[in-house]
Design a protein around this ligand. Structure first.
Ligand code: FAD
Length: 289
């Protein structure tokens, strides 16, 4: 099923993300987590591709398994910066053969201190989007950054680049995580003003582990509201209390987003089935639509 049809349906869409194992040794435990999340029957699940230095080898197989076994629609991420055109074709062929119809087209992170070089096959995600569109048959999503992408000189420049990506063929966007919904609402206003009309899925991360969030925030530049800092200060040393507070904070953000007419929320569940389960439980009536 094409995700655009799920995102545009009247029922609120709640989806979860998983990342594949870095080695074959961890495959089984991640497969179990993915299956436990799939059993919640989310609107869809997405599977990352080589994010945070991880592997890209299992993205298609994990996504295909979820879809086949649980009938949950899936989206496979695909990044291009360190790929060749041939490598991208092979990934698209594998997705097609496995019945995967949705792809999140990404540039991927550059090795630190480098800039895209003229000789590379890909420089920006928009080139990948155009290529997937030409390949045909996929619903294509793209990433967006309500606080501006970390490499961009200004938000206006980032939005102008985002517009090129949408014009290349993105049917919807998914945001990087944010912890203050006003940042999302403000971003939405600005992109609509710039003429970007596709749906924008809100990406929400339930923070359950302080170490992990410090690293992610250093990489992404995401702002932490004072209200959230108080939670980290107070409960950060107590894993169970932090998990409970992180889930409650994320739930409150999601309720506010749905209440304000946001059609779809994607939860960065980080392979944590119990977190996904709690969030889904907390929203059980709201997501009935
Ligand atoms: P782009 O859209 O290409 O943008 C990258 C930068 O280049 C921006 O600053 C943009 O303004 C600028 N730019 C774009 N086009 C042009 C142009 N024509 N001229 C000049 N500048 C331009 N990474 C992974 O490796 N694997 C994953 O699975 C993964 N999943 C993600 C999912 C989501 C929802 C998000 C938000 C990010 C994800 N990432 C993933 C991280 C992503 O790869 C990085 O944030 C990366 O740095 C940018 O990727 P992009 O696709 O947004 O790039």
């Amino acid at each position: 099923m094409k995700l655009i049809d799920i995102i545009e349906a009247p029922k609120p869409s709640l989806s979860f993300e998983i990342f594949p194992p870095k080695s074959s040794a961890a495959y089984e435990s991640i497969q179990k987590a993915a299956e436990a999340i799939a059993q919640l029957s989310p609107s869809y699940m997405s599977v990352t591709y080589g994010a945070g230095g991880g592997t890209s080898a299992y993205t298609v197989s994990i996504a295909a398994e979820i879809q086949k076994k649980f009938n949950v629609p899936v989206m496979a991420h695909l990044s291009c910066i360190s790929s060749t055109r041939e490598g991208v074709r092979q990934q698209l062929d594998a997705m097609r053969q496995n019945g995967i119809e949705n792809v999140l087209a990404l540039r991927g992170d550059l090795p630190s201190g480098t800039l895209p070089e003229p000789g590379w096959d890909y420089h920006y995600a928009s080139e990948l989007v155009a290529e997937i569109r030409e390949y045909g048959g996929f619903c294509i999503g793209g990433a967006c950054y309500p606080e501006g992408h970390i490499e961009s000189a200004s938000q206006a420049e980032d939005i102008a680049n985002l517009k090129k990506k949408v014009e290349a063929g993105c049917e919807f966007l998914t945001t990087q995580m944010f912890f203050d919904n006003n940042i999302y609402y403000n971003f939405l206003y600005k992109i609509r003003e710039a003429g970007i009309q596709v749906p924008v899925v809100a990406g929400i991360m339930p923070v359950t582990n302080v170490k992990q969030i410090s690293r992610i925030i250093a990489l992404s530049g995401t702002a932490l509201p004072q209200r959230f800092r108080y939670i980290l200060d107070r409960f950060g040393h107590n894993p169970e209390a932090m998990k409970q507070a992180g889930i409650a904070y994320a739930t409150e953000q999601i309720v506010d987003l749905f209440a304000n007419g946001v059609p779809a929320v994607h939860v960065y569940s980080m392979n944590n089935a119990s977190v996904a389960q709690k969030i889904q439980e907390n929203l059980s009536e709201i997501i009935k639509g």
